[in-house]
Design a protein around this ligand. Structure first.
Ligand code: AHR
Length: 502
């Protein structure tokens, strides 16, 4: 094979799975300026009658985020949800020990459900299994989802919400394997409480779906025994196990950084294997799927966060400014999630606004799109349909952490409803462009609609308040279909979206 060609075959007969739209979920935590100064800022010129910033809502709606996890994160493990409902005047300000901030409880579950409606999203709600337990988990499901006639459902009605919220997906705590978590537990301790909480939550509302906490990352010393033990307890009561992963380029080693999606891929395969081991052990017919409900790049803000004064409302925490190379990594991570669409049914880009986020705001001022906004936008918009089995042969490279890293990472999604096949591809090569040559003879009438590319001469370039358009997608020239083959030039170090009419 020539060094500069990657070959792929996509055939309509070879389909992997339907993409669950919830693969393009995201996350809003009571952390930093995600809520206060992010989605909610009553004094902002664009704020609606509930205090929600319309400029932010517009950007979220553009991303087409079908589900948003809430209210944490580490925050949830010390959260009293009752403090965030009812008349504003009687809501207490509380110390949030997870992020050493002051939580004013201006926004709680009712406001967030309303915000999510305006964002065309549904809510993925997490319960506190850190400082609290079975009773609180039962009560919040009753408050949110029970029609009425009981104490907690009538309390919701008295707060002006006559109809139940019908929240479908619930997380049984957050990162309970992490020593940093309030109420950190062993796998046995967590497995037992998650099992019992799950039982009563489903007794209140049998239609809900539950996510048990998996490991906080593949490097956790308790991984993968954690998953095995937790699932041995919860298998019959939950539908999903969670996965979390964050990546960074702390050593400024581009080749290794761009290959981080191989870690995600290996992590997903290991969790699937563990789920299926427990399935076999239990002689179960049920399959547990994955909710990859925290993933992103997170490292730029680590040092700055150490300087932030504690006990502020909406402090500037985790405000990573994302570069072009981060967008390429996010592109590779999205491709990896799509390639596992048969088992990864939900995923949440962590997070959505200001906190390690695609959307940034200035308090009282403008909002803008970070570089990572674009791969997420493209995947969410064009990655719906069927993921195809793509046999990809790419030249490879070795780096510090990985061997045989494909220079081209790619996946294709066929949306039969609108007759489009979209190929997502990242060219990791630091040496030059690579030609993608794709056998699509099975799609007899295929023609190129457009080839969009995110590329920049400076890999450290970023979008900022001053330069919000520094890194934006461009139309690429040269992609063509000829004799059943698609030829598309992938520029050096680029994210590519090639849309075909089929
Ligand atoms: O997303 C930021 C934090 O990362 C979350 O609060 C926590 O769950 C994870 O460690």
């Amino acid at each position: 094979m020539s060094k500069s060609i990657a070959r792929m075959t996509i055939d309509p007969q070879y389909q992997l799975a339907d993409v669950d739209p919830r693969l393009f979920g995201s996350f809003i935590e009571h952390l930093g300026r995600a809520v206060y100064g992010g989605i909610y800022e009553p004094d902002h010129p664009s704020a609606d009658e509930m205090g929600f910033r319309q400029d932010v809502l517009d950007l979220v709606r553009e991303l087409q985020v079908p589900i948003v996890r809430y209210p944490g994160g580490n925050f949830v493990s010390g959260y009293r949800w009752e403090d965030g409902v009812g008349p504003l005047a009687s809501r207490p300000a509380q110390l949030d020990l997870a992020w050493r901030s002051l939580e004013p409880n201006r926004v709680g579950v009712n406001e967030f459900v309303e915000w999510a409606k305006r964002a065309n999203s549904e809510v993925m709600m997490a319960v506190n299994l850190g400082t609290r337990g079975i009773d609180e988990a039962k009560q919040i499901v009753e408050y949110c989802n029970h029609p009425g006639g009981s104490y907690w459902s009538d309390l919701r009605k008295s707060h002006g919400h006559e109809q139940p919220h019908g929240i479908k997906v619930w997380c049984l705590g957050n990162e309970m394997d992490g020593p940093w978590q309030i109420g950190h537990k062993t796998a046995e301790e967590y497995g037992r409480i998650a099992e019992e909480a799950a039982k009563v939550m489903k007794w209140v509302d049998p239609s809900i779906e539950l996510v048990a906490c998996g490991s906080s990352g593949s490097k956790m010393p308790t991984f993968p025994d954690w998953e095995r033990i937790v699932l041995e307890h919860t298998y019959d009561h939950v539908e999903y196990i969670s996965m979390h992963s964050y990546y960074g380029n702390r050593e400024n080693d581009l080749a290794t950084y761009l290959a981080q999606s191989l870690d995600m891929d290996h992590f997903i395969r290991s969790v699937i294997a563990t789920c299926d081991y427990v399935k076999a052990k239990k002689r179960s017919k049920k399959t547990i799927n994955i909710s990859f409900d925290e993933w992103n790049v997170w490292f730029h803000s680590n040092e700055a966060d150490k300087q932030v004064a504690p006990w502020q409302v909406g402090p500037p925490l985790l405000e990573d400014v994302y570069t072009v190379e981060d967008a390429l990594v996010v592109g590779c991570l999205l491709i990896t999630l799509l390639r596992h669409a048969d088992r990864v049914k939900m995923a949440c880009l962590a997070q959505l606004v200001n906190v390690i986020a695609p959307i940034m705001t200035e308090n009282g001022g403008v909002s803008w799109k970070q570089t990572i906004y674009y791969p997420f936008l493209h995947a969410s918009r064009y990655g719906r349909g069927k993921v195809m089995h793509c046999s990809l042969q790419s030249p490879k490279y070795d780096c510090k952490e990985f061997t045989d890293v494909p220079l081209v990472e790619s996946v294709a999604v066929w949306n039969q409803d609108i007759g489009e096949l979209t190929i997502f591809a990242v060219n990791r090569s630091q040496d030059g462009g690579i030609e993608l040559e794709c056998d699509i003879r099975g799609f007899a009438q295929a023609s190129v609609i457009e080839h969009t590319v995110l590329v920049h001469s400076d890999l450290k370039a970023a979008n900022t308040k001053e330069e919000p358009q520094e890194v934006i997608p461009q139309h690429a020239q040269g992609a063509k279909v000829d004799g059943g083959l698609l030829f598309a030039p992938l520029p050096k170090l680029s994210w590519n979206v090639i849309r075909l009419r089929v």
